[in-house]
Structures are given as structure tokens and as C-alpha cells.
Design a protein around this ligand. Structure first.
Ligand SMILES: *[C@@H]1O[C@H](CO)[C@@H](O)[C@H](O)[C@H]1NC(C)=O
Ligand SMILES: *[C@@H]1O[C@H](CO)[C@@H](O)[C@H](O)[C@H]1NC(C)=O
Ligand SMILES: *[C@@H]1O[C@H](CO)[C@@H](O)[C@H](O)[C@H]1NC(C)=O
Length: 368
């Protein structure tokens, strides 16, 4: 049977008997935990070497509350957001993004090209125009010779003030869909800037490049996907559930208190997952860890409403107490509400990824 996340975490983090656990069991448990996070191996990109894009940090903080718990799940399209920085270092208005880290199984929901537009350098000619707008068009490159009509495909076109000095976002979903279906088809993107009359404006309108400008202005593709992993019982943290919780700070006292825990009934206890302790702080940008909580305690007759019993659990506890039928155990104390968490991390290609994982935090415990 596949162990629950809670069981894995207890195996990795709990004091007491686990001190004597063999390295094999620990490494097997870590491997299983990586599977829970949808990975075969821990990514190798060290966090310390690069600054994550501000857009990804802002997005993470918008959808995530304290300790990594999801606060606004409806803001994200799907459960994964990937960012890719431009890898083309030659031409000013050609861009290349290596999307090889996107799994074939991921559903592409939307893709955006983020370009930082620099203030236009206007010639005498252009200064005379009263309306200082330009038309910026983003094309998918299909062929070496983009001068030919069939050499490129129009993805998105916008009219922008020449003087703007800010991020511009273009939808490029169709191109990214092609690229993830067939890697060979990725020949990059071409940006063409024109006056509203259709004249080329390339020397006047510029976008920040990875080579010539600060890393905070690098051209970037942001990809919203879904990997179809779904939990069964996710709630948002805004639906504050009824929580009975006992805080036991001292780990040693936790095992000493097992007997008294049984007397207290089914309760939620802290279980902090420290990514540094697990050895994952090298690639996870945020959070540093999260509180998964765990459920502990006896579900013995009579089950009060504070134990949140199902009717089935109530009947089972009665049968158990009256010993009407042999071999009927007491109901189990388990999470009956689970929250999702978000992780912001560097993948193997040093791209920053935001992923949402369902059913990671016990929101409340009940007798089931
Ligand atoms: C894209 O990245 C992968 C993995 O890092 C690499 O193997 C591949 O050669 C890259 N492709 C291009 C076209 O740069
Ligand atoms: C594109 O250029 C490469 C070499 O630069 C050439 O081998 C190839 O035939 C060209 N493709 C087309 C469609 O012109
Ligand atoms: C690209 O296509 C244009 C238009 O068909 C043609 O005039 C030009 O010579 C081509 N350039 C190259 C390098 O093949």
C-alpha cells in the first residue's frame, strides 16, 4: 500500500525509535516523498546561484499564505506555472526558450511572452508625429527565412505607446503548444515593431535582452499547465475548519504524552516539515518548510461532536464498546480536511517553477 504523506513524514521526522532507522529506509522514504512532489530525482540547480524572476515571487506570494498553504487556488490556471528565460543571445528581436523540461503529459493551458519594453529612442522624423504609438507583433518562427510569408506565424499583436518603459505581455499559447508536441518545431519567436502606417521601427523601439540588461528585465515565457495530479479532499485555508489542536513544542514530550493523548481523544498535533532537515533547501526557494500536522488519539465511545465522527464511526464505536461483535476495532483518528501547499523551486534547467500540491496539510482531524 502506498503510504500517506503523513506516514512518510512521521518516518522521516519523528524522534524516538526512528533514530535507529537504517539509511536504506530513510532513502526509500525520501524517494517516496519526492514521488509525492511529482519528481523522480531532486533537482540539482542550487538556489543560491540565481535570483528568481520577480514575477514568479509575486505570483507565489499572491496565491500562498504563511507556511506555504494555498490561500487563493482559483487565481491559478491549473496547478503548475513554469518560467523560462530567453536563451537566444544573438539577435535583439529574436527569442528562444528551451521548453524541454515540460512533461508531455502536462496540459498546456496558457503561455505568455513577457518583454520589458524600453523607452523609444526617437528620430527627428518620429518626433514630428503627434501620436506616438507603435504596433508590436510577435511571430512564431517556422522557417530560416522569416522574410517569406510562410516563414512565420502571427501569434499576437498590440498597439503600444512609444514612450512606455514597462513590462508587456503577449499571448503565445499556440506556439508553445506546437513546441511541446514537437521539440524540433521550436525555432524561436520574432518580434516586429512598426509604425501604425506599417513602416519598420526596429532601431527606435527596444526591449531589454538577457545579454545587455539587468537580470530583473530578462525576456521570459510564463507557462500555465496542469499535470492532472489531483487530491480528493482539498479545501482552501479560508474555509476555516473547526480545529482542535494541542501544541506540544518539545518533541521528546510527544512520545511521553502518548497515553494522555489517548485520553484527550482524537486531536490535531503539529508536524513541521523542515526542507532543510530533509536536505531539499538547495532547490526549494519557498517555503522553508510547512506544518503538515498529524492526527492522533483514541476514538473510544462515546464520540462527542468535537471528534467530528461520521455516523458510521459512531455506530462502530458503539458496537466496539458493547462488544456486540468480535473483532470490531475503534474508529480511526485521521485527517478529515486537507489543504494544499505551493512550492516555488528551481528545476534541473534552472527554470523557476510554481507548483500546487493537493492534500498536504491536515486541516482538522476526526474519527472515521
Ligand atoms: C534544451 O535543454 C535540454 C536540457 O537542458 C538540452 O539537452 C537541450 O540540448 C536544449 N535544447 C536546445 C535547443 O538548446
Ligand atoms: C535553414 O538553414 C539551414 C542551414 O542554415 C539549411 O540547412 C536548411 O536547409 C534551411 N532550411 C530551409 C527550409 O531553408
Ligand atoms: C528569403 O525570402 C525572400 C522572399 O521570398 C527572398 O527575397 C530572400 O532572398 C530570401 N533570403 C534567403 C537568405 O534565402
Amino acid at each position: 500500500m502506498f503510504p500517506s504523506v503523513g506516514a512518510l513524514l512521521l518516518l522521516l521526522l519523528c524522534p524516538g525509535p526512528s533514530h535507529g532507522r537504517s539509511p536504506q529506509i530513510r532513502s526509500e522514504a525520501l524517494k517516496r516523498l519526492l514521488e509525492v512532489f511529482g519528481m523522480e530525482d531532486a533537482p540539482q540547480s542550487p538556489v543560491a546561484t540565481r535570483q528568481p524572476p520577480q514575477y514568479m515571487l509575486d505570483l507565489y506570494h499572491t496565491v500562498t499564505g504563511a507556511d506555504g498553504v494555498t490561500k487563493q487556488p482559483e487565481l491559478l490556471l491549473g496547478n503548475t506555472v513554469r518560467s523560462f528565460l530567453d536563451r537566444a543571445r544573438n539577435q535583439r528581436l529574436e527569442f528562444f526558450f528551451n521548453l524541454s523540461s515540460v512533461a508531455k503529459s502536462e496540459t498546456i493551458l496558457a503561455a505568455e511572452l513577457h518583454l520589458f519594453k524600453l523607452r523609444g529612442r526617437l528620430s527627428q522624423d518620429l518626433r514630428q508625429h503627434r501620436h506616438l504609438f507603435c504596433q508590436v507583433s510577435v511571430y512564431q518562427i517556422l522557417d530560416n527565412n522569416t522574410s517569406k510569408a510562410e516563414g512565420k506565424r502571427l501569434l499576437s499583436t498590440r498597439i503600444l505607446p512609444v514612450h512606455d518603459n514597462t513590462w508587456e505581455v503577449f499571448t503565445i499559447t499556440n506556439a508553445v503548444y506546437d513546441w511541446t508536441q514537437n521539440k524540433e518545431s521550436n525555432k524561436g519567436l520574432l518580434v516586429i515593431v512598426q509604425t501604425l502606417a506599417g513602416h519598420k521601427l526596429h532601431n527606435y523601439i527596444r526591449f531589454a535582452t538577457g545579454r545587455d540588461h539587468h537580470s530583473s528585465k530578462h525576456p521570459m515565457v510564463v507557462l500555465f499547465t496542469d499535470d492532472e495530479r489531483r487530491g480528493t479532499a482539498t479545501f482552501t485555508s479560508r474555509e476555516t475548519p473547526f480545529i482542535r489542536e494541542v501544541t506540544l513544542h518539545d518533541k521528546a514530550s510527544q512520545s511521553r504524552n502518548t497515553r494522555s493523548a489517548n485520553l484527550l481523544g482524537c486531536l490535531r498535533y503539529p508536524l513541521y516539515v523542515d526542507f532543510e532537515e530533509i536536505g531539499w533547501s538547495g532547490w526549494i526557494i519557498s517555503p522553508r518548510g510547512y506544518n503538515a500536522y498529524h492526527c492522533k488519539g483514541a476514538c473510544v465511545f462515546p464520540l462527542g461532536q468535537n471528534m467530528r465522527p461520521t455516523n458510521h464511526a459512531t455506530v462502530q464505536s458503539i458496537i466496539n464498546a458493547l462488544k456486540l461483535t468480535k473483532g470490531v476495532a475503534t474508529p480511526c483518528c485521521i485527517p478529515d480536511k486537507l489543504f494544499s501547499i505551493n512550492l516555488l523551486y528551481f528545476d534541473d534547467d534552472e527554470n523557476v517553477v510554481l507548483k500546487q500540491y493537493d492534500d498536504m496539510v491536515a486541516g482538522s482531524c476526526g474519527c472515521r
